[in-house]
Design a protein around this ligand. Sequence first.
Ligand SMILES: Nc1ncnc2c1ncn2[C@@H]1O[C@H](COP(=O)(O)OP(=O)(O)OP(=O)(O)O)[C@@H](O)[C@H]1O
Ligand SMILES: [Mg+2]
Length: 306
Amino acid sequence: MKLFKAKEKKQEVSEEVLEQAAAEGGVSEQTAAEKAGKEDKAERIRKSLDIFDFSGETAVTIQDVDLYYGDFQALKKINMIVPKHKITAMIGPSGCGKSTLLKTLNRMNDLVEGCRVEGTIEIGGRNIFDKSIDLAALRKNVGMVFQKPNPFPMSVYDNIAYAPRTFGIRKKGALDEIVERSLKQAAMWDELKDRLNKSAMGLSGGQQQRLCIARALSVRPQVLLMDEPTSALDPISTGKIEELCEELKNDVTIIMVTHNMQQAARISDKTGFFLLGELIEFNNTEEIFTTPKHPETERYITGRFG
Ligand SMILES: Nc1ncnc2c1ncn2[C@@H]1O[C@H](COP(=O)(O)OP(=O)(O)OP(=O)(O)O)[C@@H](O)[C@H]1O
Ligand SMILES: [Mg+2]
């Protein structure tokens, strides 16, 4: 799998980095025509983008989704309507299927052997399991930020330019603009504008995570999936990311998994509570935290679970 140029390959590339590169569409399957040099991958992705339509009020519609890892059912009849340009939090005890559902939304589980999904998920008006869906185009629209900051072993600039380059953007001027816009959107431009050519590995954990958000924003996703994005960070970096999310939701729909109840209550508009693969309750955040309808939700949010 050719992900990075030879000189960058010398450094160890972790599982998380490979996963991230895949999430950004960097390793999507080549068609036979592309392999033969008769068709351009970037061109194909650009064409595939036109089929998504995000003009409606709903960003994601999850309908009767069951997911199995082999014989084990990790998600049971999940139904959720995720509103556009809001923050939706997913909470619940460890192992209840939050990451599984998040990864299903940009078909990251396609990489897991023995994983099977039933039901439909519509994003931008298209069923993402449809044969006509191009994975790179889907992932351009649905970005992902993981729990552990996972910058690529390259410069700050190249981290952000990575995905745009896979979409065929080569001109320095255009890439410069994307790097500046993405870092500004992630409130990092002033901090990093003088070290664009330095390795991203030299940044602090909190900076690395915000760089990963900037990197996800480089291709202007419509939906941003965040799996416990602040759990490895100190309170100041956490606060910065929360502020950033509130700013970003003007342009992007955010779906965030968090174990931090205060965080969910502080920043999200909608909250879903999961238990053993089921979505027990999904409602406006205020109602979930003040008047939950299910006793399990109440036990969980008041810390009396288990
Ligand atoms: N690749 C996999 N193969 C088999 N089982 C898996 C795989 N990934 C997750 N599972 C199982 O699916 C269930 C849900 O896991 P998932 O990672 O989605 O939970 P989670 O809610 O994100 O938990 P946490 O809060 O600990 O991150 C767990 O029982 C887990 O062991
Ligand atoms: Mg998880």
